[in-house]
Design a protein around this ligand. Structure first.
Ligand code: C5P
Length: 400
């Protein structure tokens, strides 16, 4: 698995809240991404999860006392943040938010936050919806935001107390996405990106379709990478079995003609268009509204095909349209076919790959074709390849 938090040192602070149960899993998933996790707990947090659990999972001593004798200079409140890339307090209680807002320092965690210097501080609030909505908490959050503290969440939904509303801590996958985003350079800040991904389906009848073998993995990975790099991403997706990328607007479609309509209604509002979808070349002109029945003794329906609109070529031909990027999946002659496609559709950039190397796989190898020449990128997991591609796209877009 590509590690997107490689070598990041995170101080994970736990304060009192039932959401402490998520912090155990969070520790593991941060480590999966290559981060090291140093846990600090308040006394209240220890009522919800034990330091022993957190020590076993993090593989490091858990700090609780302001004057911790296990450190040579007994100054955990200074040392911990000096060695960290970020302090993440998850869960962060209403009480702890109030403490941070007022600069209180009456335990190790609050003291180390006050003494953190340039080390970024992030909080993931977790509390009852009334506590979150209370003007005092909202005032304190405003103060923290003004102080440069990052606030992740809270999420909406069912709470431990049985009430429903805003205040629950984000779930672990969401926190991991926020963490990866946090450490990703914002090379596409303020850029609006429109994308297509996945296959399209062309109906034969209400039950049967003609489609292709695109999983959507490459397109979804690129959408995630662009979002992490600061872009606002709208993804028009054909049917896939993938989970929705975090913080990306998804417009689901089925057929190429639906995808065409969705793209054309969005294109004007975007700066870049990345066309990753494997769009069916034809639709079935004589598709049936009812299931076509098998006839006794054989006989087959005759399907009449008609060409689908070329969405990418149409966007590329728009006056003042978004900067268009195409994809070309080929089984052979990649260099010749991809460049020919780029010329035909009048694209500044096309990304080629060999279908047999990428289909149903978690790795990919991109070859970029542009006026300036051909760039071969190394084979990598789709997430890592997508991040590298987004760097390239950003560089080329900003110097176009
Ligand atoms: O024309 P061809 O399918 O070979 O070109 C591939 C590129 O064109 C991809 O970027 C694909 O998303 C886009 N495309 C499209 N509409 C079509 C066919 C392909 O946008 N009808």
């Amino acid at each position: 698995m590509a590690q997107l938090l490689s070598a990041k040192r995170i101080v994970l602070g736990l304060t009192g809240g039932i959401a402490c149960y998520k912090s155990a899993e969070l520790t593991r998933r941060l480590q999966d991404q290559g981060a090291s996790v140093q846990v600090v707990m308040t006394d209240a947090a220890c009522s919800f999860i034990t330091p022993t659990t957190m020590q076993a999972l993090s593989g490091q001593h858990v700090y609780r006392e302001t004057l911790d004798a296990t450190m040579d200079n007994s100054m955990a409140h200074i040392n911990l943040s000096r060695e960290a890339d970020a302090i993440l307090i998850a869960p962060c209680s209403a009480d702890f938010i109030a403490k941070l807002a007022h600069g209180l320092a009456d335990d190790l965690l609050s003291t180390l936050c006050l003494a953190r210097g340039n080390c970024p501080l992030i909080i993931a609030p977790a509390m009852n919806r009334e506590m979150w909505a209370h003007p005092a908490t909202q005032r304190n959050i405003k103060t923290l935001l003004a102080d440069g503290v990052a606030v992740w969440g809270p999420g909406d939904g069912e709470q431990a107390c049985g009430e429903i509303g805003s205040g629950r801590m984000l779930d672990v996958p969401e926190l991991i996405e926020e963490a990866i985003s946090f450490f990703t350079p914002k090379v596409l800040n303020g850029v609006n990106i429109l994308m297509t991904a996945g296959p399209t389906e062309e109906a034969i009848d209400p039950i049967r379709v003609i489609s292709n073998r695109s999983s959507g993995k490459t397109g979804y990975a690129i959408a995630e990478a662009a979002q992490r790099a600061g872009a606002k991403v709208t993804l028009i997706s054909g049917p896939t079995a993938l989970t929705q990328p975090y913080a990306v607007d998804i417009l689901p479609v089925r057929s190429a003609r639906q995808m065409h309509q969705a793209v054309m209604s969005q294109a004007r509002h975007h700066d870049i268009f990345i066309s990753v979808a494997a769009v069916a070349d034809w639709y079935i002109k004589n598709s049936s509204d009812r299931k076509i029945k098998k006839t006794e003794g054989g006989g087959f329906p005759t399907l009449e095909f008609a060409p689908n609109p070329d969405i990418l070529a149409e966007v590329a031909a728009m006056e003042n349209g978004p900067w268009p990027i195409g994809f070309a999946a080929e089984t052979d002659n990649l260099f010749e076919y991809a460049e020919a496609k780029r010329q035909r559709k009048k694209l500044p950039l096309i990304v080629g790959n060999l279908a047999q190397e990428v289909m149903d796989k978690d790795t990919t190898r991109f070859v970029l074709f542009a006026d300036s020449g051909v760039t071969e990128m190394p084979s990598a997991e789709k997430t890592a390849a997508a991040s590298a591609l987004i760097q390239e796209i950003s560089r080329r877009y900003h110097s176009r």
